[in-house]
Write a protein that binds this ligand. Structure first.
Ligand code: AMP
Length: 536
């Protein structure tokens, strides 16, 4: 017997309608490249979304067209996140920080019919234009006055496109399983792979994020995602925030300018932000150095890579409670989130602090397990490490244009899961250091060394070793203000904090660490830099 409830599809349009109903006057602030602030409300933004939807039809894009965006976090990109999927098309966010060959590959693989481009990225697209046969329309995300001279054929200004259109649109009722968003993983090996979300997967991910024991946004929040919309839709904030009735502040391109970001936090009274550890670390250093205060910001997500305890604790002192969220592009992106349970209040300080570094418990809807090399499931005892596998309605079942994956998705992460369900990432499979047949957790060593006041950034990589096959090498960016730091001091600082045989064989100082296109430290590039390293 079937239930007798209505068949109302879970679509991105329902998020828009809901926000129009409950948060029409809630603000949507956006900062452009030149620092200009545009002030909209959701009501205004959704009128512009309707105009954009009319414009997409006028361009005669295929009903299932993949429409590419190369853009920073701003209101125009927000509008694209609604108009494209709500007309039935697919919003394909392209990471403009990738190598041009990768950008070209991605546009061709997705067969984009139109590209919406921030003016800053137009020269890169001009250089590859002759190799993008599927693209019929080129739109610069600017006003007519700011439209750059370009070799792109009939390059149009976004605002001119909107100006011609009506303020209402007859939205279609879409199947909730229809594709809505496409994002390619940067892929450390091989070509990038497309992850194709659906209306249903986006809505479910946002509903689960918004539960009180997870990110739990409310209509009192002012949310500023520093994580880019081209990286898994800024972890879904353009959808989760309006769903919760929270205000949005979209910070434009200058996310690594800590002064500009803290000014914006204070000006707009931001309460909640999301960023990778590198960006949080930049804000922390700025606050430490200048004594600037950001009293409105009380909570934030740190994710995309492991953050060090020192960073969590220093941000506590600035009044910002960081919470560890784990996820990946293939998971739309959030899979688990770390908030304390009441029993954690009873833990001794060290254990309580350590608890924060776990990647948290699965969001409702996500199943997790760890397996050994033969695929046997391993116990959730908080000790045993295995490869993390997941299932769920917002987990990728196949890459775009590729055969179906297995029933469980292999994340490529190595993790433990404790009896309370808290998962802890100990490494990427690719970054694991295997010394004498045993795994060493680079993340735990990095966390231990970050507690040293002379360390600004630290990474541990495996380097070939004649006897042990691999041994850990510690690579450190020293804190400039710290006097007379030596590699030996740092190595002996680790004694007693990690197992003796995990202590790196050597420590090298560098001025900077290489970063990926999504702002994470790139261990792959670092391994390449040290691939001829000779142990003393
Ligand atoms: P991406 O698909 O580029 O977002 O990268 C996903 C990968 O980033 C995951 O598989 C993890 O290796 C890593 N990652 C994401 N969040 C965390 C976290 N909170 N702690 C440690 N690693 C993380």
């Amino acid at each position: 017997m079937k239930g007798l409830m209505m068949d109302a599809p879970l679509s991105i349009k329902t998020i828009m309608s809901h926000a129009e109903m409950i948060a029409a006057d809630t603000k949507l602030i956006s900062r452009s490249a030149d620092g200009d602030i545009s002030r909209l409300t959701y009501r205004h933004a959704f009128v512009r979304v309707a105009k954009l939807a009319n414009a997409l039809d006028r361009l005669e894009l295929d009903p299932e067209a993949r429409v590419g965006t190369l853009a920073w976090n701003d209101h125009r990109h927000f509008e694209l996140h609604y108009a494209i999927p709500c007309t039935g098309r697919i919003c394909h966010t392209i990471n403009p920080k990738l190598f041009p060959e990768q950008v070209r590959f991605i546009i061709n693989d997705a067969q984009n019919e139109a590209l919406f481009i921030d003016p800053e990225f137009i020269p890169m697209i001009e250089a590859m234009r002759d190799h993008l046969p599927s693209v019929k329309h080129w739109i610069a995300l600017c006003t007519a006055n700011n439209l750059p001279q370009s070799t792109l054929p009939n390059l149009q200004a976004y605002e001119s496109l909107l100006n011609r259109e009506q303020e209402s649109y007859d939205w279609p009722v879409l199947d909730e399983n229809r594709a809505s968003n496409l994002c390619y993983t940067s892929g450390t090996t091989g070509d990038p792979k497309g992850v194709l979300g659906s209306h249903r997967s986006i809505v479910l991910q946002c509903m689960s994020q918004n539960m009180a024991s997870q990110l739990g946004l409310t209509s009192e929040d002012v949310v500023m995602p520093l994580v880019p919309m081209f990286h898994v839709n800024a972890w879904c904030m353009p959808y989760s925030a309006p769903m919760a009735g929270a205000a949005l502040v979209l910070p434009g391109p200058q996310v690594s300018d800590a002064q500009a970001m803290t000014d914006l936090i204070n000006q707009e009274q931001v309460t909640f932000s999301l960023a990778v550890p590198t960006l949080w670390s930049g804000i922390n250093q700025f606050l430490n150095a200048t004594g600037t205060r950001i009293p409105s910001l009380n909570r934030g997500v740190i994710g995309g890579a492991a953050g060090a305890l020192k960073l969590y604790e220093e941000m506590d002192r600035h009044g910002v409670r960081l919470e560890n969220g784990w996820g990946m592009t293939e998971l739309s992106p959030i899979g688990s989130y770390n908030r304390y349970l009441p029993q954690h209040d009873q833990l001794p300080d060290d254990a309580r602090a350590d608890q924060r570094l776990k990647s948290g418990r699965p969001l409702f809807g996500i199943q997790m397990r760890i397996v050994d090399e033969d695929g046997n499931t391993l116990p959730h005892d908080g000790e045993t490490t295995g490869v993390l596998e997941i299932r769920g309605p917002w987990a990728c079942s196949a890459y775009y244009g590729k055969p179906r994956e297995h029933d469980w998705f292999n994340t490529g992460d190595v993790a433990t899961i404790d009896p309370l369900g808290y998962m802890r990432i100990t490494d990427r499979v690719k970054d694991v250091i295997k010394s004498g047949g045993e795994w060493i957790s680079s993340i735990e060593i990095e966390n231990a060394i970050m507690a040293h006041p002379g360390v600004r950034e630290a990474v541990v990589i495996g380097v070939a070793h004649q006897h042990w096959s691999e041994r850990p090498l510690l690579v450190v960016v020293p804190e400039e203000s710290y006097p007379l730091l030596t590699p030996e001091q740092l190595l002996s600082f680790l004694e007693g904090k990690i197992p003796k045989w995990w202590i790196p064989n050597a420590c090298e100082f560098v001025d900077t660490l290489p970063h990926t296109a999504t702002g994470k430290v790139s261990k792959k590039m670092l391994r390449e830099n040290f691939n001829r390293y000779q142990w003393a």
